[in-house]
Design a binder for this molecule. Structure first.
Ligand code: FHN
Length: 677
């Protein structure tokens, strides 16, 4: 709940009294916490930047296979994806025997990788507790031949090696305790039951256990907020007092925003301004161990993701999925060691840094730290300049020094000002193929002039296109060229939209006092021929629609599947067509395009969808997700064009909205009167 602060004398308090980090919009008890207290509580986490995620449990026994057949989806979801009955799934526990588990080695591996904290699944959605729980027999002590608590030795190892420990806990999804599943957990009558009773009798007692019995716990990583009402969420909040200073993420549910946002499998383009956030990432495609998943990201990719997250002011929580024997897969070990080789040299450019002062950099990323009398910019160079000149555009500060972070002598590199930019002269060879860090120390806080904004309705056109160019702030002239060259003081000044009639590269730059003040925004806009319309005699109103049943995590090739039913549809509306799970639709027909020109098509769907015009995929919005919208562009001649929309829903909510915009056509759902078959 945000404190309702009346305007007036109380307004000053808002700088002192900060809504407790444990409260969200409209959510329950607010534990007042001053901004200073909050910053102190978050300080270690913000400095840490890099942690290890561990997904471990009984699911590592089947490891992605059930009854001899591979099961689609992430490894820890196998019980759900294959609808394994509870009794059958529990038998896997008899084969969960991590005799090769070496928590001290795990912690040392994480520490040597440069990680500062570990988050391990105390219990995942299958309800299996990795600790000795008095609330259930479905735990490692009572249900497995191993018979020992797995969390306690890990906690002790973290204490020995100075890493912080946190627990992931699936508080509202538990496929093996009655009533324990808020979403997608009902395939076995043994799962039926009362969720409030589950929370009272299993979930809350277990959270109390993991926050009471393992020493200092620095993070509680809730997962699956669905089904959590404010009341249910509030049952857990008092438990946080067992661990003063504990940090919680945004997945408790019940409207509680927690302390940290949790983007999963991606680094948000601009971070979460004003919020702490942490990207969690798999090294392959699964969180829990899956023997067939050998789609490993390279160490270079993982290092660059760590840099990407830090450059946007966020943390990076990198996952491993150990085997049922207690081994971290060798490809994961290799990558952690490679990352460690990088962080040992360049960790200063990650830990305790703040987000980049630049909107974007052509050659890499930037992090920064305040130092006495100025700022240390860490320039993470992904693409080493062939000419040895590293250009930092639009930076107005006076340079103090520059050196390679990998250089033990920190030998000064030449820095010169060329117009708006500081240019560092580099050695010919990059010290590191993943990211080489150049330290550029400047006087004062960074003063950056961003390049001009450049916008247009489309990135291509059939006849003409207006491009608007605007300065990033007041007090600048913007000059532009149409031949790809860098604008100079003699280039044309922007006086309004620039109309293009041919394929053109537009370059724009800020000037102040007759001198360049920023780098260059450069974009190419292509003139293209429209796809000609098709002729279709006797076209009838509406679309052909086929219904398919199946369980997918991405769009299948529907052309290889037999539909359950075929019919017609007035438009792309799926409301009322199906309300349960695991189905797909294919809509096919023609769309009448009113005028020749560029069109944008949109699908907003839960789960995946894609839209084709003719055989060309124009919108790809695939995968498992909530209602997300994606856009695509195509140039079309007036008349009929074949259109096909594919859609699938796995579990939970579903929805599909198909829209378009074009010449004289504001964005709108494609109406039935434009659709034919
Ligand atoms: O369903 C879980 C999934 O298994 C995994 O634990 C991820 C990790 O963040 N969290 C949920 C999906 O968002």
């Amino acid at each position: 709940m945000r404190l309702q602060i009346r305007i007036g004398i109380l307004i000053a308090c808002v700088a002192v009294l900060h809504c407790g980090p444990r409260s969200g919009d409209g959510a329950g008890p607010v534990r007042p916490e001053s901004l200073k207290q909050r910053n102190e509580r978050m300080a270690w986490w913000r400095d840490a930047r890099f942690g290890l995620f561990i997904h471990w449990g009984v699911y590592s026994v089947p490891a992605g296979e059930y009854r001899g057949r591979p099961v689609d989806g992430i490894g820890e979801w196998i019980m759900n994806n294959a609808h394994i009955p509870c009794a059958e799934y529990r038998r896997y526990a008899k084969r969960f025997n991590p005799v090769r588990y070496d928590p001290d080695a795990w912690v040392r591996l994480a520490k040597e990788a440069g990680m500062k904290y570990i988050i391990i699944t105390s219990k995942h959605h299958d309800g299996f507790a990795l600790f000795d729980s008095k609330a259930t027999e479905w735990d490692v002590v009572d249900a497995t031949p191993y018979g020992k608590d797995l969390l306690k030795p890990l906690a002790e190892a973290c204490g020995r090696h100075g890493l912080r420990l946190g627990f992931y806990h699936s508080q509202a999804q538990d496929w093996n305790h009655p009533g324990g599943s808020a979403i997608g957990g009902h395939w076995d009558k043994a799962q039926d039951g009362d969720m409030d009773a589950y929370i009272r009798d299993i979930a809350v007692p277990q959270v109390r256990e993991i926050l009471s019995n393992y020493g200092p716990v620095s993070v509680i990583w809730w997962d699956t907020p669905e089904g959590m009402t404010k009341e249910r969420a509030e049952a857990f909040l008092p438990l946080l007092d067992l661990q003063p200073g504990i940090i919680q993420n945004n997945r408790l549910g019940g409207g509680y925003e927690g302390d940290t946002e949790t983007p999963e499998q991606y680094v948000p383009a601009t971070g979460f301004p004003g919020r702490d956030w942490e990207t969690c990432m798999t090294m392959n495609d699964t969180w829990g161990y899956k023997k067939s998943d050998q789609n490993w990201k390279s160490a270079r990719t993982l290092v660059r993701q760590l840099v990407e997250a830090a450059s946007k002011g966020g943390n990076y929580l990198l996952n491993v999925g150990p085997t049922s024997e207690g081994l971290i897969p060798e490809p994961s070990v290799e990558r952690l060691k490679a990352i460690g080789r990088w962080t040992r040299v360049n960790g200063e450019a990650i830990y305790g840094t703040q987000a980049s002062p630049f909107r974007s950099l052509e050659w890499g990323r930037c992090t920064q730290k305040s130092v006495p009398g100025g700022t240390r910019l860490y320039l993470h160079v992904f693409d080493w300049p062939a000419d040895g000149k590293l250009t930092v555009s639009g930076l107005r500060n006076r340079p103090k020094t520059a050196f390679l972070l990998s250089d033990p002598d920190r030998s000064a590199l030449p820095v010169e000002r060329i117009e708006d930019a500081l240019v560092v002269t580099l050695p010919s060879a990059a010290p590191d193929t993943a990211a080489s860090v150049v330290v550029l120390e400047i006087q004062g806080k960074p003063e950056v002039v961003e390049t001009p904004d450049m916008a247009s309705d489309f990135t291509s056109f059939t006849d003409s296109l207006d491009v608007t160019i605007a300065p990033p702030g007041r007090g600048f002239d913007v000059r532009y060229t149409l031949d790809g060259s860098a604008p100079s003081i003699s280039s044309a000044k922007v006086k309004g939209p620039v109309r293009l009639r041919e394929t053109t590269t537009v370059s724009a730059r800020c000037f102040r006092g007759g001198r360049p003040a920023s780098g260059v925004t450069r974009r190419t806009y292509e003139k293209i021929a429209p796809v000609p319309a098709v002729t279709r005699t006797g076209a009838a109103p509406g679309l052909a629609v086929s219904l398919y049943e199946g369980e997918w995590s991405v769009l299948p090739d529907f052309r290889k599947l037999r539909p359950l039913r075929r019919g017609t549809a007035a438009d792309f509306d799926i409301a009322g067509r199906r309300t349960d799970d695991k189905f797909g639709f294919v809509f096919e027909g023609f769309v009448r395009v009113p005028a020749t020109g560029l069109y944008a098509f949109f699908t907003e769907s839960d789960d995946g969808s894609r839209l084709l015009i003719g055989e060309k995929p124009v919108v790809v919005n695939d995968g498992l997700h909530g209602m997300e919208e994606r856009r695509g562009e195509i140039a079309l001649g007036a008349g009929l064009h074949p259109i096909r929309v594919e859609f699938f829903e796995k579990t939970g909510e579903e929805g599909l909205v198909v829209s378009w915009l074009g010449p004289g056509l504001p964005k709108q759902r494609i109406p039935g009167e434009a659709l034919f078959r």
